[in-house]
Ligand binder design. Structure first.
Ligand SMILES: O=C(O)CCC(=O)C(=O)O
Ligand SMILES: [Fe+2]
Length: 363
């Protein structure tokens, strides 16, 4: 049972406003989740009814050898169908992946007051934000997740303001992953038959945000979600998950014996990184690449961590389907907008599947 003072508003204040997070709640030794976290039946995750994605990770080191074209083809095919794939030999040192997971556990293992200094509004830098759920004020049910988000501006800013428990490893992760993400973006754009100047690509992945997600063990995983159904807003997300599993992706179309609309689990593969297409790349490619709807299950026995890097356009960028594709396809499937407007819309609504993309619909 939750302590009685945690009923109603005071629970919301304790978890969200005071910065205790879900972790603070769990540290009370709950035997059942409070009603604020109970999802409506249609959002709950039926673990038994999902299959696993069995495609092996794509070996990026082969891009430098005779199998280059085959690897390019595999990447493009994955981006056009599921919108999710895993990669190995990605240039991010495998020891660093281990240190990162330790850093997340160290950060979230601290007492609440150490984390709460990074809450929105009190954080020493607008680029660092600690919180829980996604948009708690707008959500019918809260997500079972705490996070800290770090938006990269400069090394100096990161060294000054990012939590010292993690800043060095996170910076190294960012440096190495972004190099790889850029290569993947260039490959995907190249497969569209379009060439973009380096400076344009710089703008399209100019906003780099690292999140550290912590999903505490949950007494009722069948009633909750770690993250609700959503797609990511940027170009590409690179994600490190630990060995717990629980990341599910919705099939955009029938493939490999799986039906459209089925949820498939992206298995934990040691040393691999997960890559997924975001809304921006779907829009830019005039719908050819798929920003996949995904969500995360909670587990009763162990906490889970994940560390996504979101590579997104600079807020000032004008985004829309690439003109060469509009001409070729004979239709613009999305409208043009300034990316900051897209972000504002994205962060002011609770997760609701691929609804975020409606913002780019032609009227
Ligand atoms: O924790 C995960 O595996 C995925 C998290 C996620 O989808 C997100 O942060 O956007
Ligand atoms: Fe996501």
């Amino acid at each position: 049972m939750a302590p009685s003072f945690l009923d109603g508003n005071s629970l919301f204040n304790f978890v969200v406003r005071d910065g205790n997070g879900v972790k603070g709640l769990v540290d009370f030794g709950l035997s059942e989740v409070p009603e604020q976290f109970v999802q409506p039946p249609k959002e709950r995750i039926d673990k038994l009814n999902a299959s696993t994605l069995d495609n092996p990770p794509i070996d990026l080191s082969k891009l430098d050898g005779p199998q280059h074209e085959q690897i390019v083809e595999e990447i493009a095919r994955a981006a056009e169908t599921l919108g999710f794939f895993q990669v190995m030999n990605h240039g991010v040192p495998v020891e660093l992946l281990e240190s990162l997971k330790d850093a997340v556990n160290n950060f979230f293992g601290q007492p609440p007051e150490k984390k709460a200094v990074y809450r929105k509004g009190v954080s020493p830098s607008p680029s660092v934000k600690y919180g829980t759920s996604f948009v708690p004020d707008k959500e019918k049910a809260l997500e079972w997740k705490d996070y800290i988000s770090m938006a990269y501006t400069t090394d100096a800013e990161a060294l000054e303001y990012w939590p010292q428990e993690c800043r060095d490893v996170v910076l190294e992760y960012l440096r190495t992953s972004i190099k790889m993400a850029r290569k993947v973006v260039e490959i995907l754009i190249g497969k569209l038959g379009v060439t973009l100047d380096d400076s344009i690509i710089d703008g399209l992945i100019g906003l780099k945000v690292v999140n550290m997600n912590f999903y505490p063990a949950c007494p009722n995983p069948e009633l909750t979600v770690g993250v609700g159904r959503h797609s990511d807003m940027g170009m590409l997300t690179v994600l490190l998950q630990d060995d717990i599993g629980g990341l599910y992706v919705k099939m955009e179309e029938e493939m490999d014996g799986k039906r459209k609309g089925d949820w498939v689990e992206i298995p934990a593969v040691p040393g691999a990184l997960v890559i997924n297409v975001g809304d921006t790349l779907q829009i830019l490619s005039n719908g050819r690449y798929k920003s996949a709807e995904h969500r995360v299950r909670t587990t009763s026995t162990k906490s889970r961590v994940s560390i996504p890097i979101f590579a997104a356009p600079k807020p000032t960028e004008r985004i829309g389907p690439l003109p060469q594709l509009v001409e070729r396809d004979g239709v613009a499937r999305y409208r043009e907008f300034i990316f900051e407007e897209y972000m504002n819309n994205f962060f002011s609504n609770a997760h609701d599947g691929k609804k975020s993309l409606d913002f780019a619909n032609n009227i």
